[in-house]
Design a protein around this ligand. Structure first.
Ligand code: NAD
Length: 467
């Protein structure tokens, strides 16, 4: 790891930014590698999860990464162009001065990847980092050993380690990785680990992008088709069995709409997943630790006397790590299910009397990665947008703002720092160098700012410092 870092660093120091031609070659290679090996990658992911449908992996991991890489490929020529700006004062421009931003690669970028979408969350950041001309080292998750090994082999065959290096290993490797003096470090993972990463990075003043998690709320109103809202919410919640950073974490439903809406949620689950345990399209939980964590939330909720509804079609569990969808009605805020990010197929539902109460509830908690709002009324939508703070928002659906390549993706407060995707990702990994080129000729204004001062400066200051 240390050797890879030293090589990448010295290559960057001697050769500078990857050329735009080379960046495009690498981005194309990454696309080819994903397309050519998509079924092997789906198999590896299926092994790692013990059951994950190829459709889920193709849609959320491989397909999403290919789209992001292609978006970078088609926009890179536009992104790298230096930006000319007005001089201040503008008159300096008339005398021949120029103000410009040039985009320079930061150098060697570190990327730390979680287990839930190992392709999307490694190739996505790579698209931005390479488009900006950096070299990159990627630390994959120890919880997806088959997929991590395959990515290491595939990238290792096609791209030199001095440009992209894949590092695999456990927590000790992760800790050593996060202590490297990168030129930028992007971490995707849990909020608590994000704090440790930021602490490590601070020792070398490494700038960070932290893509964290949290409890993303869904506010449901009557002003949207009930079946469609329930279908979209459960579709998003149960995709990858809720192991999605943007999964709806809890619902806020109007008090007198609760029973109707719960019935509809249950109906939609049966339509999408008539069977759970024997259904190959229903993803298993990544490992025993997370399985135990999720089941302990249910046990605690039941023990507290809260109503818990299991939706499983009365089957006998045959996959030891599949958890059926559960709805947990009005759990107390001190229960774990309302404290921790759930990251699984459990959905607490809290009721509200009026929308002010729902907004106040969201605002009383740490700032979420996403907020979802179902309501066709434009004024009501604007109100939610103005009165709540979250990394992103999808209105009348869930999760999909992440798929918009031109929108920045990132959290705020406890859900993260910084953003990437599209041009915003290119900028995150670029040093935006401010360049002022002075005219070779002197002029009365410049002369006036040097001593001995006189009337011209006096006039200029009178003109500038006024209301
Ligand atoms: P995690 O934080 O446990 O691990 C993420 C990565 O960090 C892994 O590669 C791991 O090896 C490494 N790591 C763990 N402990 C470390 C330490 N002490 N020092 C250095 N590195 C360390 O997260 P996870 O369980 O893999 O993923 C789930 C979390 O990720 C959830 O909180 C989820 O919301 C979040 N997530 C966020 C996004 C996003 O884009 N915002 C996307 C996916 C997942």
């Amino acid at each position: 790891m240390q050797q890879c870092f030293t090589v990448q660093k010295s290559e960057f120091t001697t050769k500078g930014n990857l050329s735009v031609v080379r960046r495009k070659e690498i981005l194309r290679t990454l696309v080819e590698l994903l397309v050519d090996n998509s079924s092997a990658i789906c198999d590896a992911l299926n092994d790692d999860f013990s059951n994950r449908a190829p459709q889920v992996s193709l849609l959320t991991d491989i397909g999403a990464a290919v789209s992001t890489l292609k978006h970078a490929l088609s926009n890179i020529d536009k992104w790298v162009k230096p930006e000319n700006h007005f001089t201040s004062p503008a008159i300096l421009g008339l005398f021949g001065a120029r103000a410009q931003i040039q985009f320079q690669a930061k150098g060697v970028v570190g990327i730390i990847v979680p287990w839930n979408f190992p392709i999307n969350l490694s190739f996505g950041p790579l698209a931005s980092a390479i488009a900006a001309g950096n070299r990159a080292m990627v630390k994959l998750s120890e919880f997806t050993p088959q997929t991590s090994k395959l990515i290491e082999e595939l990238i290792g065959e096609k791209i030199d380690k001095s440009e992209i290096a894949i590092i695999n290993g456990g927590i000790d490797v992760a800790q050593e990785f996060s202590a490297l003096p990168f030129d930028h470090l992007l971490f995707t993972g849990a909020t608590e680990v994000g704090k440790i990463i930021m602490g490590q990075a601070a020792k070398n003043l490494v700038p960070v992008t932290l893509e964290l998690g949290g409890k993303s709320p869904v506010i449901v109103t009557r002003n949207f088709d009930k079946s469609l809202a329930a279908a979209r919410i459960m579709g998003g919640k149960l995709m990858n069995a809720g192991q999605v950073c943007l999964a709806p974490d809890y619902l806020l439903v109007e008090e007198n709409y609760l029973d109707e809406f719960v019935d509809e949620l249950m109906k939609q689950v049966k339509i999408q997943y008539p069977k759970i345990y024997s259904n190959p399209e229903y993803t298993a939980i990544i490992n025993d630790r997370h399985y135990g964590r999720l089941m302990s939330y249910i046990d605690e909720a039941k023990a507290s006397g809260v109503k818990v509804i299991k939706i499983d079609g009365d089957e006998t569990p045959i996959n030891s790590r599949k958890i059926a969808p559960y709805l947990v009605i009005n759990p107390d805020d001190n229960l774990k299910i309302m404290q921790d990010e759930i990251f699984g197929p459990l959905l607490p539902i809290k009721t509200y009397k009026n929308i002010d109460e729902a907004i106040a509830y969201v605002n009383s908690r740490p700032r979420p990665l996403a907020l979802y709002y179902f309501d066709n009324d434009k004024n009501a939508q604007d109100r939610i947008l103005n009165q709540t703070i979250s990394g992103g928002v999808t209105i009348n659906d869930v999760i999909l703002h992440i798929a918009m390549e031109e929108l920045p993706f990132g959290g705020v407060g406890a859900s993260g720092i910084g953003a990437y995707h599209g041009k915003r990702g290119f900028l995150e990994f670029s040093h935006q160098k401010a360049i002022f080129k002075q005219s070779p000729f002197d002029n009365f204004l410049l002369k006036a700012t040097r001593a001995p001062y006189g009337k011209v400066l006096e006039k200029y200051l009178e003109f500038t410092i006024r209301k």
